[in-house]
Ligand binder design. Structure first.
Ligand code: MN
Length: 472
């Protein structure tokens, strides 16, 4: 059996297991868009089956979160997108007298060096040698599981898988392997359409001046997230802001207007001195034709909303919206989204100002002295590593978490990873040296360690070792 088939098999097996649940089911998931989309998948599936359940969201698979999950008297425990440290989960389960066979782990992070996988049900592409950083993130596999468990009757699950897959940066350049299976099913079911266009035109529902600048991938300093710049460009291109009493959107533009607007944007970006080709500004987008809420009409927008809620302490609303709730919850969420966009823009601008380049290829951004929300470090490092400013460099963001420890979030260019660089390894080594935990994917990893004077030096040292391993 090919590794792809083995993974698909494990998804089918887990799906059967879920289908047989009577409940209660206790779910623990990660606060990022992937984890939240997966949480929404589980909530929706279990609710549709009439099974009682609880979904909890946490930052990491720490002792307290697992222990409190195991305190719930449940038939089944589902742990998603939080790593595959099965030993830690089993310790907490045994302490509460829970049976290992009641545990389902859905994950796509690198496996710990040693471990026993057989005692629980583990769905992780890494088990079959598939790179979980590229394929089969938690929401993708959870969505397929739930879709099959629903007897292929609820394609909304597939939509959610795409939302999480985009959140995990796995679908932007197309969908292969298990991700391809998901996208094909979603297209066939009519819940998604793929569109390729300039990033400025992907959102067809926002007022035009926001659609063009509220794009953070690629992040263009002095352009991205700037309403004033958006308004300026729209005016310069001679496009009215309103038509028939409402603000116009990309969907309202004539082909002529669209071209004029594009030229004005490209001229403006060139005037900033940013080197970026037109092809880099074109992206594949996933549109949800059945989605009524404007703010959720593309995978990118849906994912941005989940991510904002997760990082602004509103994970419960994120799980509700992902599972299908709209109305009041959604109205509340839109306010949080605006706030998050403002913060993100401010942090990105601050990051550019304080970025230090080491050894030519390592960019370190130290936010430890700033009131920085540690849940946003992953967003900042992801966005900067995909920006024309730093796309050929390793980006490391350092901040303080709520307990005063140093939290590090790193991202690497695909080219270096293909040549052997592995950030998960670097973060695990750093954590061993400084005391703490570290790991993730080869292309994106993180660590939480004791803060110290030599942190930056050690971090740069570990990253430099990986650059060397990649022959850089
Ligand atoms: Mn994930």
């Amino acid at each position: 059996m090919s590794s792809h088939d083995k993974l698909l098999n494990s998804i089918h097996e887990a799906s059967e297991l879920l289908r047989g649940c009577r409940g209660p089911v206790a779910v623990l998931t990660h606060y990022d868009a992937d984890g939240l989309a997966a949480g929404g998948v589980m909530a929706r599936l279990l609710a549709s089956m009439g099974v009682p359940f609880v979904v909890r969201v946490c930052d990491a698979l720490d002792e307290a979160s697992v222990a409190s999950l195991m305190e719930i008297d449940a038939e089944r425990y589902v742990v998603m997108d939080l790593g595959s440290d099965i030993a830690a989960i089993l310790r907490a389960a045994r302490a509460r007298g829970r049976s290992p066979s009641s545990i389902l782990v859905i994950d796509h992070h690198k496996l710990p060096e040693e471990g026993i996988w057989e005692e629980v049900t583990l769905v992780n592409p890494e088990l079959y040698g598939i790179d979980g950083g590229r394929y089969a993130c938690a929401s993708v596999t959870a969505a397929l599981m739930a879709y099959y468990a629903s007897g292929e009757s609820d394609p909304y699950h597939l939509q959610l898988g795409i939302v999480g897959g985009v959140g995990d940066m796995q679908l932007q350049e197309g969908a292969e392997g298990i991700n391809g299976v998901l996208v094909r099913l979603a297209v066939e079911a009519g819940v998604v359409e793929q569109r390729r266009d300039f990033v400025f035109f992907l959102n067809r529902k926002l007022p035009i001046y926001r659609a063009i600048t509220w794009v953070f991938v690629p992040y263009i300093p002095r352009f991205s997230g700037r309403d004033d710049v958006g308004l300026n460009i729209v005016e310069k291109a001679g496009i009215p802001r309103e038509r028939g009493g409402r603000e116009i959107t990309v969907g309202d533009l004539t082909p002529d207007e669209k071209e004029r607007l594009l030229n004005t944007i490209l001229e403006y970006i060139a005037s900033l001195g940013v080197r970026i080709s037109a092809e880099e500004l074109v992206r594949l987008s996933y549109v949800f034709p059945r989605e009524d809420a404007d703010i959720l009409s593309t995978a990118e927008d849906f994912m941005t909303l989940l991510s904002a809620l997760g990082r602004m302490d509103r994970a419960h609303d994120a799980v509700l919206i992902a599972s299908g709730a709209r109305g009041e919850v959604l109205a509340r969420a839109i306010g949080v989204l605006e706030e998050r966009r403002r913060l993100l823009r401010e942090f990105l601008e601050a990051a550019i100002e304080r970025a230090e380049v080491h050894h030519g290829s390592i960019v370190v951004i130290d936010f430890r002295d700033l009131g920085f929300n540690p849940r946003m470090s992953g967003s900042v490092s992801t966005i900067l590593s995909r920006s024309p400013v730093y796309r050929d460099k390793i980006v490391a963001v350092i901040c303080r978490d709520r307990e005063g420890r140093a939290k590090i979030s790193t991202r690497a260019p695909r080219g270096l990873v293909d040549r052997g660089l592995n950030l998960a390894r670097a973060m695990a080594r750093l954590a061993r040296r400084l005391g703490g935990v570290g790991g993730g994917h080869n292309v994106a990893a993180g660590a939480t360690v004791e803060d110290s004077e030599r942190l930056k030096e050690e971090l740069v040292g570990e990253l430099a070792r990986e650059v060397e391993a990649a022959g850089g």
